[in-house]
Design a protein around this ligand. Sequence first.
Ligand SMILES: *Cc1c(COP(=O)(O)O)cnc(C)c1O
Length: 407
Amino acid sequence: MDRLPAAVRDAIEAQRMSGGDPLAMFIYDLDALRQHIERVMAALPAGVELYYAIKANSEAPILATLAPWVDGFEISSGGEIERVHDCPTPKRFVFSGPGKLDSDLRAAMRHDVEAIHVESLNEIERLQRLAREAGRMQAVFIRINPQLPPSLSTRLAMAGTPTPFGIDESDLAQAVRQVDAASHLRLQGFHVHAMSHQQQVERHERLLDAYLQRWPQWKALSAQPQSITHLNVGGGIGVDYLSDDQFDWQRLCRHLGRRLAEIDDAPLVRFEPGRFITAFCGYYAIEVLDMKASHGTHFLVCRGGTHQFRLPVAQGHDHPVIHLPQRPVAADAPRRRWTVVGQLCTPKDVLSRDRPLAGIAVGDVLALPLAGAYGYNISHADFLCHPRPTQLFLPAGTSQGPSVRSH
Ligand SMILES: *Cc1c(COP(=O)(O)O)cnc(C)c1O
């Protein structure tokens, strides 16, 4: 975790040397992203697809890098339809999310959405009306909020517990009847996105097992079970922000492959992870503006802050920090524990507490890794009217220069 790719380090240095105000910027290593998605896709067993959930990071260069590899995109708003539409590689997309607007559903159908994940009985009725108006037979997945054993839950649960997502399993029979009866809807599959932050591969294996066990019962609720072919098992693969011990994706895929081979009438399985795809390629780099001690705690006040990178405070963790000193730090320089904060006038603007760092000086840069998913885009960037940070996308090849997006 304390390693920084040379290209990222060079880009930070170039930005620092370019003059102007101290830096706060995001850097995305598209080469690393491409290598990662290549490995993720190569591990998928036969009959299993992967759609990228673009809400994790929908910046154009990210989608353009992923598009040649993934089977499709998963979106959750009208704005995200635009993002997919602007992607240079045309991709299939599916549409989930609570509270879909009529205008979003119409736009999705206009852009030939592959499937819509219906999240309530009302939405089924509404979509039937809109599909009929559009003269379109629309494929749908019913998103289920199933009964799950508490042992399978994580700290950000979307199912197995009261949530606004999906259709309670006790209403599933009615939902299936309603779709069956709708002249312009075709039930293509079921969808369960039960949680985020899954860090334990063994638990996720049991979760997939639980879905596959329910699959024949869910299908049997329909008058035409043979036309129901897909099981979307959602995303939720976690990232360990505090250690290098990452989720064993290869193992999950091997397990799923074995299970599918044992089942007659196995569904086509579709994953739709977000975080696990883009977290690793992103870095948030900030320059140290000031240093001080207050009531026994040592603070590094940095350019930027949680209004640009809300992730650590949103998740309640102390983000790892890589120190990029301007001058070499002596090997025997003492370490001190520093609390890394930003420029906001609130005590909540903390990126990391008690980081042991040696030889820190004003003007040094701190790089926060694992910032590629739910980083900038979940942040309240306009708070205090600070300028928006530069986002730098280091290209996958080395032939072109980096593309900069400044807000
Ligand atoms: C957010 C979301 C995902 C992706 O979740 P991650 O935890 O980022 O993998 C997938 N599907 C749906 C329906 C979502 O809302």
